[in-house]
Ligand binder design. Structure first.
Ligand SMILES: Cc1ncc(COP(=O)(O)O)c(C=O)c1O
Length: 345
């Protein structure tokens, strides 16, 4: 059966050139700093993000955890969006493991935090309050239609942080999608950020891994945090080799995913019983709402799945489609046909 897997960009399989690079990778003990392939990936990542140094870690969740622990101590507070991945989907690890208190402010539909809301959430110096240390942004914003946050906004948040002696962390799991959509370099989006993480294993199709980027002394702290989380890997160059291919070969093709997502959204919005805002489909993520109250996302995704089209239910009447490396424009047309049939049942 033809399969069009739109559940996530994390389902991507390593490309043939990634597999070759992994097989041939020169490796060493990375806890001793002796893995040349990891070192090369970290140098490349730092350079692309315009930071001094970088650290290869196992996942996006670990990248965020390490980043927060390196900025904050126990009892410190972070300001982040109420739809942020770090808040919703990382087990509250910042509090559970780091002792870090979250203050959530509403994410706007485009993934931004209103500047007034950020200012309001910054604590005064008072014995009753935790100390605000960090503002966390997500770019692109997964739960907010994969929206890219523009450089002007990112700089405006950086300015607030500087004025109040705070730091900025960017969960840039899909920062290269943001840069592609906005027509800028990824480093232009994070010039004011003290740390930025990005995932190799999502839209860039590497099998494993994320990278934390920041100043040299910050990355030294992050390295310690990674170790205590159990993330000090040894011959990790096998994985980093695929990451290098991800950075060199997979960024330029992201526009195809965005075009496919836009096409999907544009046609689905015209289908009776569904609502999608094609204006919101700016990167590779599309959220689809079911207007027909007799139909649930569980039932509709099961119907689609019987014809090989896979989506993720994200609410009782909401589903998510994420275009990715394995999905062609022809697959999108096929998926659209399957949607029409599934809604007629
Ligand atoms: C915005 C964002 N941040 C972080 C993560 C966590 O990444 P991982 O699944 O590699 O832990 C995800 C995963 O989907 C994500 O979408």
């Amino acid at each position: 059966m033809r399969i069009v897997d739109l559940r996530s960009d994390t389902i991507t399989q390593p490309t043939p050139s990634m597999r070759r690079a992994m097989a041939d990778a020169e490796v060493g003990d990375d806890v001793f700093g002796e893995d040349p392939t990891v070192n090369r990936l970290e140098e490349m990542a730092a350079e692309r993000l315009g930071k001094e140094a970088a650290l290869f870690v196992a996942s996006g969740t670990m990248a965020n955890m390490v980043s927060l622990m390196s900025h904050c101590g126990r009892g410190d507070e972070i300001i982040l969006g109420d739809r942020a991945h770090t808040f919703l989907y990382e087990q509250g690890g910042s509090a559970a493991i780091g002792g870090i208190h979250p203050w959530t402010v509403p994410n706007q539909p485009d993934g931004k935090l209103a500047l007034n809301d950020i200012e309001y959430a910054i604590r005064a110096d008072n014995d009753h309050f935790p100390r605000t240390r960090l503002i966390v942004l997500e770019n692109t914003h997964n739960r907010c239609n994969g929206s890219p946050l523009d450089a002007g906004y990112m700089q405006a948040v950086g300015k607030i942080a500087r004025n109040h002696g705070l730091k900025v962390h960017v969960d840039g799991a899909r920062i290269f999608n943001a840069a592609t959509a906005l027509g800028v370099e990824a480093r232009d989006l994070v010039s004011e950020a003290d740390s930025v993480t990005f995932c190799l294993s999502k839209a860039l199709a590497a099998p494993v891994g994320s990278v934390v980027c920041g100043a040299k002394d910050y990355i030294a702290k992050a390295r310690r945090a990674r170790k205590v989380l159990g993330g000090g890997m040894r011959q990790a160059g096998i994985l980093a080799a695929a990451g290098i291919v991800a950075l060199t070969e997979m960024v330029d093709r992201l526009k195809d995913d965005h075009d496919n997502a836009h096409r999907l959204a544009e046609v689905l919005t015209g289908i009776n019983g569904l609502s999608v805002d094609p204006e919101c489909a700016k990167t590779n993520i599309v959220y689809i709402n079911i207007e027909n109250s007799d139909l649930t996302s569980q039932v509709l995704t099961e119907r689609l799945n019987t014809e090989g089209v896979r989506l993720l239910p994200t609410g009782p009447r909401q589903m998510r489609a994420v275009t990715n490396y394995h999905v062609t424009s022809d697959d999108i047309e096929y998926a659209l046909g399957v949607f029409s049939k599934a809604l007629m049942l």
